[in-house]
Design a protein. Sequence first.
Length: 447
Amino acid sequence: MSQLTFFESDNKNKPLAERMRPRDLSEFVGQEHLLGEGKILRKLIEQDRITSMIFWGPPGVGKTTLARIIAGKTDAQFITFSAVTSGIKEIKNVMQQADKVASLGARTIVFIDEIHRFNKAQQDAFLPFVEKGSIILIGATTENPSFEVNGALLSRCKVFVLKQLTQENIAQLLRNTLKDPRGFGDEDIRIDDKMIDMVAAFANGDARTALSTLDMMILNGDTEVDSSTGKEIIIVTEEDFEQCTSKRSLLYDKHGEEHFNLISALHKSMRNSDADASVYWLARMLESGEDPIYIARRVTRFAAEDVGLADPRALELSVAAFQACHLIGMPECSVHLTEAVIYNALAPKSNAMEIAYMEAAKDVNEQLAEPVPLHIRNAPTSLMKELDYGKGYVYAHDTEEKIADMDCLPESLQGKEYYHPTDQGFEPKFKERYEAIKKWRLSKKKK
Protein backbone atom coordinates (compact mmCIF):
# COMPACT_ATOMS: atom_id res chain seq x y z
CA MET A 1 0.00 0.00 0.00
CA SER A 2 1.29 3.48 -0.74
CA GLN A 3 0.09 7.05 -0.58
CA LEU A 4 0.09 8.49 -4.08
CA THR A 5 1.81 11.80 -4.62
CA PHE A 6 0.17 13.01 -7.80
CA PHE A 7 2.11 16.15 -8.63
CA GLU A 8 5.70 15.00 -8.91
CA SER A 9 8.62 16.89 -10.41
CA ASP A 10 9.74 15.88 -13.89
CA ASN A 11 12.62 13.45 -13.82
CA LYS A 12 14.49 12.58 -17.00
CA ASN A 13 15.62 9.35 -15.39
CA LYS A 14 12.07 8.04 -15.36
CA PRO A 15 10.82 5.88 -18.24
CA LEU A 16 9.36 7.94 -21.07
CA ALA A 17 5.90 6.39 -20.56
CA GLU A 18 5.91 7.60 -16.94
CA ARG A 19 7.16 11.09 -17.85
CA MET A 20 4.46 11.45 -20.49
CA ARG A 21 1.59 10.19 -18.35
CA PRO A 22 -1.36 12.58 -18.92
CA ARG A 23 -1.96 14.95 -15.99
CA ASP A 24 -5.56 15.78 -16.84
CA LEU A 25 -8.30 14.91 -19.30
CA SER A 26 -7.09 17.47 -21.84
CA GLU A 27 -3.89 15.44 -22.29
CA PHE A 28 -5.60 12.04 -22.33
CA VAL A 29 -5.69 10.28 -25.71
CA GLY A 30 -8.36 7.74 -26.69
CA GLN A 31 -11.46 6.33 -24.93
CA GLU A 32 -13.71 8.93 -26.55
CA HIS A 33 -16.72 6.68 -25.86
CA LEU A 34 -16.16 7.31 -22.14
CA LEU A 35 -14.29 10.62 -21.99
CA GLY A 36 -15.66 12.61 -24.92
CA GLU A 37 -17.64 15.76 -24.21
CA GLY A 38 -20.84 14.85 -22.38
CA LYS A 39 -19.87 11.19 -21.85
CA ILE A 40 -20.64 9.58 -18.51
CA LEU A 41 -17.14 9.02 -17.13
CA ARG A 42 -15.99 12.52 -18.08
CA LYS A 43 -19.01 13.97 -16.26
CA LEU A 44 -18.32 11.91 -13.14
CA ILE A 45 -14.70 13.06 -13.05
CA GLU A 46 -15.36 16.73 -13.82
CA GLN A 47 -18.20 16.94 -11.31
CA ASP A 48 -16.22 15.01 -8.66
CA ARG A 49 -19.03 12.44 -8.32
CA ILE A 50 -16.88 9.32 -8.46
CA THR A 51 -18.44 6.04 -7.37
CA SER A 52 -16.78 2.64 -7.00
CA MET A 53 -15.77 1.42 -10.45
CA ILE A 54 -13.60 -1.01 -12.35
CA PHE A 55 -11.59 -0.16 -15.46
CA TRP A 56 -11.34 -3.20 -17.74
CA GLY A 57 -9.16 -3.13 -20.82
CA PRO A 58 -5.92 -4.33 -22.44
CA PRO A 59 -2.50 -3.10 -21.31
CA GLY A 60 -1.40 0.43 -22.11
CA VAL A 61 -4.81 2.04 -22.68
CA GLY A 62 -4.87 4.39 -19.68
CA LYS A 63 -6.44 2.55 -16.74
CA THR A 64 -3.87 3.64 -14.15
CA THR A 65 -3.61 7.08 -15.74
CA LEU A 66 -7.35 7.66 -15.33
CA ALA A 67 -7.07 6.73 -11.66
CA ARG A 68 -4.29 9.28 -11.23
CA ILE A 69 -6.28 11.96 -13.04
CA ILE A 70 -9.11 11.30 -10.62
CA ALA A 71 -6.62 11.68 -7.76
CA GLY A 72 -5.67 15.12 -9.03
CA LYS A 73 -9.30 16.16 -9.48
CA THR A 74 -10.83 14.99 -6.22
CA ASP A 75 -10.41 16.24 -2.69
CA ALA A 76 -10.38 12.68 -1.40
CA GLN A 77 -7.45 10.89 0.19
CA PHE A 78 -5.99 8.62 -2.52
CA ILE A 79 -4.42 5.25 -1.63
CA THR A 80 -3.04 2.52 -3.87
CA PHE A 81 -2.80 -1.19 -3.10
CA SER A 82 -0.64 -3.92 -4.58
CA ALA A 83 -1.73 -7.56 -4.64
CA VAL A 84 1.84 -8.64 -3.95
CA THR A 85 2.57 -6.48 -0.91
CA SER A 86 -0.88 -5.96 0.63
CA GLY A 87 -1.88 -8.59 3.15
CA ILE A 88 -5.29 -8.95 4.79
CA LYS A 89 -4.10 -7.33 8.02
CA GLU A 90 -2.71 -4.27 6.24
CA ILE A 91 -5.85 -3.87 4.14
CA LYS A 92 -8.09 -4.01 7.22
CA ASN A 93 -5.94 -1.48 9.09
CA VAL A 94 -6.11 1.02 6.26
CA MET A 95 -9.84 0.41 5.82
CA GLN A 96 -10.45 1.14 9.49
CA GLN A 97 -8.56 4.42 9.13
CA ALA A 98 -10.72 5.24 6.09
CA ASP A 99 -13.77 4.48 8.22
CA LYS A 100 -12.67 7.10 10.75
CA VAL A 101 -12.00 9.64 8.00
CA ALA A 102 -15.48 8.98 6.57
CA SER A 103 -17.05 9.70 9.96
CA LEU A 104 -15.50 13.18 9.73
CA GLY A 105 -17.07 13.76 6.33
CA ALA A 106 -13.96 13.15 4.20
CA ARG A 107 -13.57 10.59 1.42
CA THR A 108 -10.96 7.97 0.60
CA ILE A 109 -10.39 6.61 -2.88
CA VAL A 110 -8.66 3.22 -2.94
CA PHE A 111 -7.00 2.28 -6.23
CA ILE A 112 -6.28 -1.40 -6.84
CA ASP A 113 -4.14 -2.00 -9.90
CA GLU A 114 -4.45 -5.50 -11.39
CA ILE A 115 -7.36 -6.32 -9.11
CA HIS A 116 -7.59 -9.77 -10.75
CA ARG A 117 -4.39 -10.69 -8.88
CA PHE A 118 -6.07 -10.17 -5.50
CA ASN A 119 -7.36 -13.43 -4.05
CA LYS A 120 -10.89 -13.85 -2.70
CA ALA A 121 -9.89 -13.10 0.89
CA GLN A 122 -8.14 -9.88 -0.13
CA GLN A 123 -11.14 -8.76 -2.18
CA ASP A 124 -13.53 -9.66 0.63
CA ALA A 125 -11.58 -7.38 2.99
CA PHE A 126 -12.66 -4.34 0.96
CA LEU A 127 -16.32 -5.34 0.60
CA PRO A 128 -17.86 -4.08 3.89
CA PHE A 129 -16.19 -0.69 3.50
CA VAL A 130 -17.42 -0.33 -0.07
CA GLU A 131 -20.92 -1.33 1.07
CA LYS A 132 -21.19 1.36 3.73
CA GLY A 133 -19.44 4.01 1.67
CA SER A 134 -16.29 4.37 3.76
CA ILE A 135 -14.21 4.10 0.60
CA ILE A 136 -14.62 4.57 -3.14
CA LEU A 137 -12.89 1.65 -4.83
CA ILE A 138 -11.31 1.93 -8.26
CA GLY A 139 -9.97 -1.32 -9.69
CA ALA A 140 -8.00 -1.83 -12.89
CA THR A 141 -7.79 -5.16 -14.69
CA THR A 142 -6.83 -6.68 -18.02
CA GLU A 143 -9.00 -9.73 -17.26
CA ASN A 144 -12.75 -10.12 -17.56
CA PRO A 145 -14.07 -8.94 -14.15
CA SER A 146 -16.98 -11.36 -14.46
CA PHE A 147 -14.49 -14.17 -13.80
CA GLU A 148 -11.84 -12.43 -11.70
CA VAL A 149 -13.75 -10.19 -9.27
CA ASN A 150 -15.96 -11.48 -6.47
CA GLY A 151 -19.63 -11.24 -7.42
CA ALA A 152 -20.56 -9.25 -4.31
CA LEU A 153 -17.81 -6.70 -4.94
CA LEU A 154 -18.50 -6.53 -8.67
CA SER A 155 -22.20 -5.82 -8.09
CA ARG A 156 -21.24 -2.67 -6.16
CA CYS A 157 -18.95 -1.32 -8.88
CA LYS A 158 -19.66 0.25 -12.24
CA VAL A 159 -17.56 -1.45 -14.94
CA PHE A 160 -16.08 0.79 -17.63
CA VAL A 161 -14.63 -1.02 -20.64
CA LEU A 162 -11.57 0.72 -22.06
CA LYS A 163 -10.92 -0.06 -25.71
CA GLN A 164 -7.61 -0.82 -27.37
CA LEU A 165 -6.08 2.42 -28.65
CA THR A 166 -6.28 2.95 -32.40
CA GLN A 167 -3.22 3.47 -34.56
CA GLU A 168 -4.29 7.12 -34.94
CA ASN A 169 -4.51 7.51 -31.13
CA ILE A 170 -0.98 6.24 -30.67
CA ALA A 171 0.44 8.28 -33.57
CA GLN A 172 -1.04 11.38 -31.93
CA LEU A 173 0.51 10.43 -28.61
CA LEU A 174 3.93 9.97 -30.24
CA ARG A 175 3.74 13.34 -31.95
CA ASN A 176 2.76 14.97 -28.66
CA THR A 177 5.80 13.34 -27.04
CA LEU A 178 8.15 14.79 -29.66
CA LYS A 179 6.83 18.30 -28.86
CA ASP A 180 6.38 18.09 -25.07
CA PRO A 181 9.35 19.16 -22.87
CA ARG A 182 8.61 16.14 -20.67
CA GLY A 183 9.41 14.03 -23.72
CA PHE A 184 11.71 15.25 -26.48
CA GLY A 185 10.39 18.78 -26.95
CA ASP A 186 13.74 20.29 -25.95
CA GLU A 187 15.65 18.18 -28.47
CA ASP A 188 15.91 18.30 -32.25
CA ILE A 189 14.60 14.91 -33.35
CA ARG A 190 14.39 14.15 -37.07
CA ILE A 191 11.83 11.41 -37.66
CA ASP A 192 9.33 11.34 -40.52
CA ASP A 193 5.60 10.59 -40.37
CA LYS A 194 6.08 7.18 -41.96
CA MET A 195 8.26 6.13 -39.02
CA ILE A 196 5.68 7.43 -36.54
CA ASP A 197 2.99 5.35 -38.24
CA MET A 198 5.24 2.27 -38.23
CA VAL A 199 5.77 2.57 -34.47
CA ALA A 200 2.03 3.14 -33.92
CA ALA A 201 1.19 0.01 -35.92
CA PHE A 202 3.83 -2.06 -34.13
CA ALA A 203 2.52 -1.05 -30.68
CA ASN A 204 -0.73 -2.95 -31.30
CA GLY A 205 -2.85 -0.55 -29.24
CA ASP A 206 -0.45 -0.30 -26.28
CA ALA A 207 0.68 3.27 -25.54
CA ARG A 208 3.39 2.06 -23.16
CA THR A 209 4.91 -0.14 -25.87
CA ALA A 210 4.77 2.72 -28.37
CA LEU A 211 6.56 5.17 -26.07
CA SER A 212 9.17 2.62 -25.03
CA THR A 213 9.86 1.83 -28.70
CA LEU A 214 10.17 5.52 -29.61
CA ASP A 215 12.51 6.10 -26.67
CA MET A 216 14.74 3.20 -27.73
CA MET A 217 14.83 4.37 -31.35
CA ILE A 218 15.88 7.88 -30.37
CA LEU A 219 18.56 6.56 -28.01
CA ASN A 220 19.94 4.52 -30.91
CA GLY A 221 19.55 7.27 -33.51
CA ASP A 222 22.48 8.93 -35.30
CA THR A 223 23.73 12.12 -33.65
CA GLU A 224 24.90 14.96 -35.89
CA VAL A 225 25.54 18.68 -35.60
CA ASP A 226 23.42 21.05 -37.67
CA SER A 227 25.93 23.12 -39.64
CA SER A 228 23.64 26.14 -39.76
CA THR A 229 22.80 26.30 -36.06
CA GLY A 230 25.62 24.35 -34.47
CA LYS A 231 23.01 22.43 -32.42
CA GLU A 232 22.95 18.69 -31.97
CA ILE A 233 20.29 16.77 -33.90
CA ILE A 234 19.21 13.14 -33.68
CA ILE A 235 18.22 11.36 -36.90
CA VAL A 236 16.03 8.28 -36.55
CA THR A 237 16.11 5.85 -39.47
CA GLU A 238 14.12 2.83 -40.55
CA GLU A 239 17.10 0.70 -39.55
CA ASP A 240 16.72 1.97 -35.98
CA PHE A 241 13.08 0.90 -36.07
CA GLU A 242 13.95 -2.59 -37.32
CA GLN A 243 16.59 -3.07 -34.63
CA CYS A 244 14.19 -2.04 -31.87
CA THR A 245 11.23 -4.08 -33.12
CA SER A 246 12.69 -7.43 -34.07
CA LYS A 247 9.75 -9.29 -32.55
CA ARG A 248 6.29 -7.99 -31.77
CA SER A 249 5.04 -8.89 -28.31
CA LEU A 250 1.49 -10.02 -29.00
CA LEU A 251 -1.20 -9.56 -26.38
CA TYR A 252 -1.89 -13.07 -25.18
CA ASP A 253 -2.41 -14.85 -21.91
CA LYS A 254 -2.64 -18.62 -22.21
CA HIS A 255 -4.78 -18.78 -19.07
CA GLY A 256 -6.80 -15.58 -19.49
CA GLU A 257 -9.78 -14.39 -21.48
CA GLU A 258 -7.76 -13.63 -24.63
CA HIS A 259 -6.82 -17.31 -24.81
CA PHE A 260 -10.49 -18.25 -25.10
CA ASN A 261 -11.28 -15.31 -27.39
CA LEU A 262 -8.69 -16.44 -29.94
CA ILE A 263 -9.60 -20.13 -29.96
CA SER A 264 -13.25 -19.04 -30.31
CA ALA A 265 -12.29 -16.88 -33.29
CA LEU A 266 -10.49 -19.81 -34.91
CA HIS A 267 -13.38 -22.21 -34.31
CA LYS A 268 -16.05 -19.82 -35.58
CA SER A 269 -14.01 -18.83 -38.64
CA MET A 270 -13.69 -22.50 -39.64
CA ARG A 271 -17.39 -23.02 -38.98
CA ASN A 272 -18.15 -20.08 -41.29
CA SER A 273 -15.95 -21.64 -44.02
CA ASP A 274 -13.59 -18.63 -43.93
CA ALA A 275 -10.21 -20.17 -44.69
CA ASP A 276 -8.32 -16.87 -44.64
CA ALA A 277 -9.62 -15.81 -41.23
CA SER A 278 -8.99 -19.32 -39.91
CA VAL A 279 -5.32 -19.21 -40.93
CA TYR A 280 -4.95 -15.72 -39.43
CA TRP A 281 -6.30 -16.74 -36.01
CA LEU A 282 -4.16 -19.88 -36.11
CA ALA A 283 -1.09 -17.73 -36.75
CA ARG A 284 -2.08 -15.31 -33.96
CA MET A 285 -2.13 -18.16 -31.49
CA LEU A 286 1.03 -19.91 -32.64
CA GLU A 287 3.08 -16.70 -32.93
CA SER A 288 1.96 -15.75 -29.41
CA GLY A 289 3.38 -18.98 -28.03
CA GLU A 290 0.26 -21.12 -27.73
CA ASP A 291 0.85 -24.85 -27.33
CA PRO A 292 0.23 -26.42 -30.80
CA ILE A 293 -1.11 -29.55 -29.10
CA TYR A 294 -3.92 -27.51 -27.56
CA ILE A 295 -4.86 -26.09 -30.97
CA ALA A 296 -4.65 -29.56 -32.57
CA ARG A 297 -7.05 -30.94 -29.94
CA ARG A 298 -9.54 -28.18 -30.67
CA VAL A 299 -9.27 -28.70 -34.45
CA THR A 300 -9.84 -32.44 -33.94
CA ARG A 301 -12.96 -31.68 -31.92
CA PHE A 302 -14.13 -29.29 -34.66
CA ALA A 303 -13.74 -31.98 -37.32
CA ALA A 304 -16.34 -34.14 -35.57
CA GLU A 305 -18.53 -31.40 -34.11
CA ASP A 306 -18.93 -29.15 -37.15
CA VAL A 307 -17.95 -31.27 -40.18
CA GLY A 308 -18.92 -34.71 -39.00
CA LEU A 309 -20.18 -37.18 -41.56
CA ALA A 310 -20.45 -34.47 -44.20
CA ASP A 311 -16.75 -35.24 -44.75
CA PRO A 312 -15.40 -38.07 -42.54
CA ARG A 313 -11.88 -37.47 -43.84
CA ALA A 314 -11.73 -34.16 -41.93
CA LEU A 315 -11.35 -36.11 -38.70
CA GLU A 316 -8.63 -38.34 -40.20
CA LEU A 317 -6.62 -35.34 -41.37
CA SER A 318 -7.10 -33.49 -38.05
CA VAL A 319 -5.91 -36.49 -36.04
CA ALA A 320 -2.90 -36.79 -38.38
CA ALA A 321 -2.08 -33.12 -37.70
CA PHE A 322 -2.44 -33.77 -33.97
CA GLN A 323 0.07 -36.64 -34.24
CA ALA A 324 2.44 -34.47 -36.30
CA CYS A 325 2.39 -31.81 -33.57
CA HIS A 326 3.36 -34.50 -31.05
CA LEU A 327 6.17 -35.80 -33.25
CA ILE A 328 7.91 -32.62 -34.41
CA GLY A 329 6.48 -29.64 -32.48
CA MET A 330 6.90 -25.99 -33.40
CA PRO A 331 7.80 -24.35 -35.68
CA GLU A 332 7.65 -27.26 -38.15
CA CYS A 333 4.15 -28.41 -37.21
CA SER A 334 2.63 -25.05 -38.14
CA VAL A 335 2.16 -26.33 -41.72
CA HIS A 336 0.32 -29.44 -40.53
CA LEU A 337 -2.06 -27.34 -38.47
CA THR A 338 -2.55 -24.96 -41.38
CA GLU A 339 -3.46 -27.87 -43.62
CA ALA A 340 -5.98 -29.18 -41.11
CA VAL A 341 -7.47 -25.73 -40.46
CA ILE A 342 -7.93 -24.92 -44.16
CA TYR A 343 -9.38 -28.39 -44.88
CA ASN A 344 -11.89 -28.05 -42.06
CA ALA A 345 -12.79 -24.50 -43.09
CA LEU A 346 -13.54 -25.53 -46.68
CA ALA A 347 -15.20 -28.88 -45.86
CA PRO A 348 -19.02 -29.18 -46.02
CA LYS A 349 -20.52 -28.72 -42.57
CA SER A 350 -22.89 -30.84 -40.49
CA ASN A 351 -23.47 -30.76 -36.74
CA ALA A 352 -25.99 -33.63 -36.91
CA MET A 353 -23.76 -35.90 -34.80
CA GLU A 354 -23.39 -33.37 -32.00
CA ILE A 355 -27.12 -32.69 -31.99
CA ALA A 356 -27.75 -36.44 -31.85
CA TYR A 357 -25.52 -36.78 -28.81
CA MET A 358 -27.01 -33.74 -27.01
CA GLU A 359 -30.56 -35.00 -27.54
CA ALA A 360 -29.61 -38.45 -26.25
CA ALA A 361 -27.78 -36.93 -23.27
CA LYS A 362 -30.87 -34.86 -22.47
CA ASP A 363 -32.99 -38.01 -22.30
CA VAL A 364 -30.32 -39.75 -20.22
CA ASN A 365 -30.31 -36.93 -17.65
CA GLU A 366 -34.03 -36.22 -17.54
CA GLN A 367 -35.60 -39.67 -17.70
CA LEU A 368 -35.41 -42.70 -15.50
CA ALA A 369 -32.33 -44.86 -16.09
CA GLU A 370 -34.23 -47.85 -17.44
CA PRO A 371 -32.50 -51.23 -17.35
CA VAL A 372 -30.87 -52.56 -20.50
CA PRO A 373 -33.40 -54.72 -22.40
CA LEU A 374 -32.85 -58.39 -21.59
CA HIS A 375 -32.37 -59.47 -25.19
CA ILE A 376 -29.24 -57.31 -25.69
CA ARG A 377 -27.59 -58.25 -22.40
CA ASN A 378 -24.66 -60.68 -22.31
CA ALA A 379 -25.18 -63.97 -20.48
CA PRO A 380 -21.73 -65.24 -19.47
CA THR A 381 -23.07 -67.36 -16.55
CA SER A 382 -25.75 -70.03 -16.29
CA LEU A 383 -27.63 -67.95 -13.73
CA MET A 384 -27.86 -65.05 -16.15
CA LYS A 385 -29.17 -67.37 -18.83
CA GLU A 386 -31.82 -68.65 -16.42
CA LEU A 387 -32.86 -65.03 -15.85
CA ASP A 388 -33.39 -64.65 -19.64
CA TYR A 389 -30.30 -62.51 -20.25
CA GLY A 390 -29.76 -62.55 -24.01
CA LYS A 391 -33.06 -64.31 -24.71
CA GLY A 392 -34.42 -63.31 -28.11
CA TYR A 393 -31.16 -61.78 -29.31
CA VAL A 394 -30.64 -62.10 -33.07
CA TYR A 395 -27.09 -62.02 -34.44
CA ALA A 396 -27.32 -59.49 -37.29
CA HIS A 397 -24.64 -61.21 -39.41
CA ASP A 398 -26.82 -64.32 -39.57
CA THR A 399 -29.65 -62.47 -41.32
CA GLU A 400 -29.99 -61.85 -45.04
CA GLU A 401 -30.23 -58.08 -44.61
CA LYS A 402 -27.47 -58.02 -41.92
CA ILE A 403 -30.02 -56.24 -39.67
CA ALA A 404 -31.88 -57.89 -36.81
CA ASP A 405 -35.56 -57.21 -36.26
CA MET A 406 -35.35 -56.11 -32.62
CA ASP A 407 -35.48 -52.91 -30.58
CA CYS A 408 -32.31 -51.83 -28.77
CA LEU A 409 -33.63 -48.76 -26.94
CA PRO A 410 -35.34 -48.95 -23.54
CA GLU A 411 -39.08 -49.49 -23.82
CA SER A 412 -40.05 -45.86 -23.06
CA LEU A 413 -37.76 -44.55 -25.82
CA GLN A 414 -38.56 -46.99 -28.59
CA GLY A 415 -39.02 -45.18 -31.87
CA LYS A 416 -37.04 -42.14 -30.67
CA GLU A 417 -34.75 -40.61 -33.32
CA TYR A 418 -31.60 -38.68 -32.40
CA TYR A 419 -29.63 -38.59 -35.64
CA HIS A 420 -31.01 -36.18 -38.23
CA PRO A 421 -28.61 -36.28 -41.20
CA THR A 422 -28.24 -33.23 -43.43
CA ASP A 423 -27.81 -32.88 -47.19
CA GLN A 424 -24.21 -31.64 -46.92
CA GLY A 425 -21.19 -33.33 -48.47
CA PHE A 426 -21.11 -37.09 -48.01
CA GLU A 427 -23.91 -37.12 -45.46
CA PRO A 428 -26.68 -37.78 -48.02
CA LYS A 429 -25.17 -41.26 -48.39
CA PHE A 430 -25.51 -41.85 -44.67
CA LYS A 431 -28.99 -40.34 -44.80
CA GLU A 432 -30.02 -42.72 -47.55
CA ARG A 433 -28.80 -45.73 -45.57
CA TYR A 434 -30.39 -44.43 -42.36
CA GLU A 435 -33.78 -43.93 -44.05
CA ALA A 436 -33.61 -47.36 -45.71
CA ILE A 437 -33.00 -49.07 -42.35
CA LYS A 438 -35.88 -47.17 -40.73
CA LYS A 439 -38.17 -48.15 -43.59
CA TRP A 440 -37.15 -51.82 -43.32
CA ARG A 441 -37.76 -51.87 -39.55
CA LEU A 442 -41.16 -50.20 -40.00
CA SER A 443 -42.15 -52.84 -42.56
CA LYS A 444 -41.24 -55.61 -40.11
CA LYS A 445 -43.36 -54.05 -37.36
CA LYS A 446 -46.41 -53.98 -39.68
CA LYS A 447 -46.25 -57.72 -40.29
